[in-house]
Write a protein that binds this ligand. Sequence first.
Ligand code: HEC
Length: 135
Amino acid sequence: MRFALATTCWAALEAASAAAAAGLGDGLYSSEQAARGAEAYRATCSSCHALDLRGNSNSPGLRGIGFLFVWEGRSLGEFYTQMRTTMPQESPGSLTEGQYLDILAYILEQNEYPAGDADLANASGELDTVVISTP
Ligand code: HEC
């Protein structure tokens, strides 16, 4: 009897901690950050990925179905690392970490994930725990 009770408590605890893991629906970036990202994106990414992020025949789109087709189920950290280490194509890694995070916030905004109160951060690898799902 006591064992059964303990098992129930444990299950409840597990459910609570699963709910605490942040998801893209929880407002992981701020609108201000996305606005900064929009400027950086226009200056350094739009020449290839297009102003509307839909890409063209040479560069993949970064929004909508095309984005989800490649990235759904993978972590936001993986997406961020790919972007930071391979883009912009002619000079990978040339932006500051803050600029890459701003651009990521802008990409999330354009993919219709909700904004929140705080800027997106990756100081302790938080982005690795966020799974990309449909908005
Ligand atoms: C000179 C053209 C060019 C520029 C500028 C450029 N990209 Fe790219 N990008 C590409 C091409 C081509 C690919 C696909 C091949 C690859 O992944 O290397 C790509 C792939 C990507 C991917 C992976 C997409 C996927 O679904 O696999 C991301 C994310 C990305 N770029 C983001 C950015 C960001 C953010 C910037 C600005 C900081 C940027 N790119 C600037 C051409 C460019």
